[in-house]
Design a protein around this ligand. Structure first.
Ligand SMILES: Cc1ncc(COP(=O)(O)O)c(CN[C@@H](CCCC(=O)O)C(=O)O)c1O
Length: 400
């Protein structure tokens, strides 16, 4: 018979499933000699591999059955308790361990989004969230930001349209690096409460702050505003940026009805998060992560400073960027009219890679923006990579 046209056989939602720009670019950046600032990858030299080797050997010697058998969807009890203890007024039965916060985003899309539902997102926002939500066919309402985060007037105009939830990254936002001010956090929680719109707080970079003190989570501000009780915020965070992303262990915390529904959705997705990996994560965090966290903060802050200095030295005028106080990313704007994808191609010729910014914009804008990750290259590579980027940018901007 005639060859099968699979495209015509896929479900309608499959047409909303496209490849992750970051993952595709990471593949292209595999070329020898390439310096890549693409993925938000932790520095591998900081993985506590030796301690993990000992801990996993001990787990397999002493608790092989629990580590290798099917386990509960909710997650490893001791780790649930540990996570609950990190957040105010939170019980273990409000915690679900997930296979990366990426799975948390997918499950949240699955339980909250119908075809055509309005979903409020920042502009720009984490493209992985858009990839997770897209198959459920939402209509995105984008909320403008300034350096302090979402602009309240823009947020209120969007909340009035009754979105299923607001997806917010208040702490060292991916991709913009922005830190939402306390005042804006309070405003967001108040307005969302007033309009009865749940908040999904993605706090992947909570611990990656370089100087300055931690600001309260939306989750805790919401608790305070309500004087305790179950709030309006589903909180996501992960062990990927502080321990190891390859373990795929993260967590969702929130009101019991939401967590219960997420558990049911997860049962149909992957039954449960890897048993051994959860037990290993618990062994690594039960005595605290302070030593690991201070190593990470010191290393990433230094790499950020080297990149910022090199950018000042090598990038042509007309290019602008932020000074992130934490996280892994520097967010750059080319002059209006310049095209970051065209620059990306010239940069590949110079053997340097980054992530063009348009895929971070749910409304398709952002053609002149790009994201650079500073976490996964040593200072010498960062200087050389930015020198190369400067050459590519000179070429690109001559044409504008
Ligand atoms: C805001 C935000 N939320 C969730 C995730 C996914 O983290 P998990 O490892 O799934 O916990 C991430 C990870 N984003 C990285 C990782 C993607 C890299 C890759 O696809 O390999 C990035 O933006 O480059 C994130 O930034």
């Amino acid at each position: 018979g005639s060859p099968i046209s699979w495209d015509s056989r896929f479900a309608r939602r499959a047409t909303r499933i496209t490849s992750s720009t970051i993952r595709e670019l990471l593949k292209m950046a595999q070329q020898p000699g390439m310096i890549t600032f693409s993925g938000g990858l932790p520095a591998p030299e900081l993985f506590p591999a030796e301690a993990m080797a000992e801990a996993s050997a001990r787990i397999l010697r002493e608790k092989a059955n629990q580590a290798l058998q099917y386990s509960t969807t909710e997650g490893y009890p001791a780790l649930r308790e540990w996570v609950a203890a990190q957040l105010p007024n939170t019980q273990p039965d409000q915690v679900l361990l997930v296979s990366g916060s990426q799975q948390g985003l997918d499950l949240l899309g699955k339980i909250f989004i119908d075809a055509g539902s309005a979903v409020a997102v920042e502009s720009p926002t984490y493209m992985g969230a858009l990839s997770a939500f897209n198959p459920y066919e939402p209509e995105y309402l984008t909320v403008a930001m300034d350096e302090e985060g979402m602009v309240p007037e823009a947020l209120e105009a969007v909340l009035k349209q009754g979105p299923r939830f607001v997806y917010a990254l208040p702490t060292f936002q991916n991709p913009s690096g922005r830190l939402m001010s306390l005042e804006r956090r309070q405003k967001l929680v108040e307005l969302a409460g007033e309009y009865g719109v749940p908040i999904v707080e993605d706090d992947a970079y909570a611990e990656l702050y370089y100087g300055g003190q931690k600001l309260p989570t939306l989750y805790s501000l919401d608790q305070q505003m309500r004087g305790g009780g179950e709030g309006n915020v589903v909180y996501l965070s992960t062990f990927s940026k502080t321990l190891a992303p390859g373990l795929r262990v993260a967590y969702a915390v929130g009101p019991r009805p939401v967590i219960h529904k997420l558990v049911q959705a997860k049962q149909g997705a992957d039954l449960h998060t890897g048993s051994l990996n959860q037990m290993l994560v618990y062994e690594m965090v039960k005595y605290g992560l302070q030593e690991q966290l201070s190593k990470i903060r010191e290393t990433y802050a230094a790499r950020r400073d080297v990149m910022l200095e090199a950018m000042t030295q090598h990038l042509p005028k007309g290019v602008s960027w932020n000074q992130p106080k934490g996280g892994m990313f520097i967010w750059m704007q080319l002059p209006q009219g310049a095209d970051a994808v065209s620059l990306f191609k010239k940069a590949l010729e110079q053997k340097v890679a980054f992530v063009p910014g348009q895929p971070f914009h749910a409304d398709g804008s952002g053609q002149n923006t790009l994201r650079l990750s500073f976490s996964n290259a040593d200072p010498e590579l960062i200087r050389e990579g930015i020198r190369r980027l400067g050459r590519a940018a000179e070429e690109e901007l001559e044409l504008v």
